[in-house]
Structures are given as C-alpha cells and as structure tokens.
Design a protein around this ligand. Sequence first.
Ligand SMILES: Nc1ncnc2c1ncn2[C@@H]1O[C@H](COP(=O)(O)OP(=O)(O)OP(=O)(O)O)[C@@H](O)[C@H]1O
Ligand SMILES: [Mg+2]
Length: 230
Amino acid sequence: MPERYVLSVGGSVIVPDRIDVRWIRGLAGLLDGFFEGGTEFALVAGGGRTARDYAWAVRLLGGSKTLQDQAGILATKMNAWLLISALRSAYPEPLDDVWRASAYVGRWIPVVHGSTPGVTSDYAAALLAEAMGAVFINITNVDGVYDRNPFSDPHAKLIERMTHQEFVSLVEKVDSRDPGAHTPVDIAAAKILERSGVKTYVVGKDLRNLRRLLEGKSFKGTTIVPGPQQ
Ligand SMILES: Nc1ncnc2c1ncn2[C@@H]1O[C@H](COP(=O)(O)OP(=O)(O)OP(=O)(O)O)[C@@H](O)[C@H]1O
Ligand SMILES: [Mg+2]
C-alpha cells in the first residue's frame, strides 16, 4: 500500500497577509517530487486573510454568520486554484466533493476547497482522510499544537504528542465557532479524526521540516494518536 496523506493547507500560510507565491511554489515542488516517487496526496485549501477580510466586511454590512462563511468558502476555492496552478500533478479543477476527490487520489493530486457553512476546510480534510484511510497533516502558521494559544501567550509550550481525546478537549476550549475563528482545527474536524483514529500531525510552514516528516525522520510539530481505550 503506498503512503497516503491528506494535507490541510492552512489559509494562514497560503495568504498570511498577501498571497505567498514563493511558499506555494515550494510546497508544490516538494509534493510533486514525492508524488512522482509513489506517495499519494490530496490537498485541502484554507481561506486565510482573504476569508477573514470578507467575513469582516459581510459582518459589518449586516450579513449573518452563514453568509460570512459563504464568502470564506469562496476564498478557499480561490486558494485551491493557486495550489492547482503550482502543482504539476493536480487534478485540474478544485473539488468540493470529498468522496469524488478520494477516487482521484493516486492518479492526480486532488485539491479540495471548503463547501459547508458552519465548519472549516479542516473538516473537509478530516472527512477526506477518513474516506481515504490516509494520514492527516495540518499545515498552519504555528509549529504545532500548544498548551495555550501561542499568539496570545508567549509562555505557551509545544505539545509533541497527544491523544485524540486530549486534542478534542483542547480544541473544544478554543473553538468559538465564529467565522474565521483561529484554532488548530475546528471541533467537527477533531471529532472526525478521533472517531476513526486518524493519525494526525500538526506542523508549521517550514518545508524542510515537512520533508523530514514525509521521509519519516524527526520533525518539529505535534503528533496525535488514538488513546489506549480506542
Ligand atoms: N492551543 C493552540 N495551539 C496552536 N494554535 C492555537 C491554539 N489555540 C489557538 N491557536 C491559534 O490557531 C491559529 C491557527 O489557526 P488559523 O485558523 O488562524 O490558521 P489556519 O487554520 O492555518 O488557516 P485557515 O483557517 O485560514 O485555513 C494560530 O495562529 C493560533 O493563534
Ligand atoms: Mg483555520
């Protein structure tokens, strides 16, 4: 069985402020290389700055949270087009159907975008990993899961290894369910990963570090595994 990965590519890394073309090119080059060596991937694009800007404007204009999410969803689709542009092996259009995407894996690298208000693109990525029997890698703008939000607390400590149950409890505390909330993944995604015991990694944007993870070497980040009772 070839190795299969779902990468939930944080919009915070694709569009931290402006679109990070250089990083996207670097990621695509890395993944194309592994794909040509037989590793299977599917990607899911997050919304990043674009999604937050639109959610902010929709809110000020009186739009509901669902409407804020709808605007954010379109941002994830735009970001999916960016990943497709950079990859040699991408399926040539963004997909909103994780089941169809899972059927393309191996022949191409399918790129999925958000589609459902009320959940994040991480949720689509978790479902896809579950459907594919894949390992889930969340790439975000911090180096992994911390015991507290590292942006608001400089003393926050990186958690190197935790169980799905511990991850669900941590996410429950920080997931406000607001459009554009900042969490390692949303609670819906954490629950899907837990129910199927999907091996999960959370890492930052350093591509040398991601390469080390894909090569099975030591890397900086968080590993999430089923607990003893699962
Ligand atoms: N315990 C925690 N550990 C790590 N990050 C946390 C924690 N609690 C909150 N966060 C926040 O989660 C942020 C990452 O999530 P965010 O949703 O901003 O980015 P993303 O998911 O990579 O991008 P996007 O949502 O646009 O796809 C971090 O920048 C951090 O501020
Ligand atoms: Mg997010």
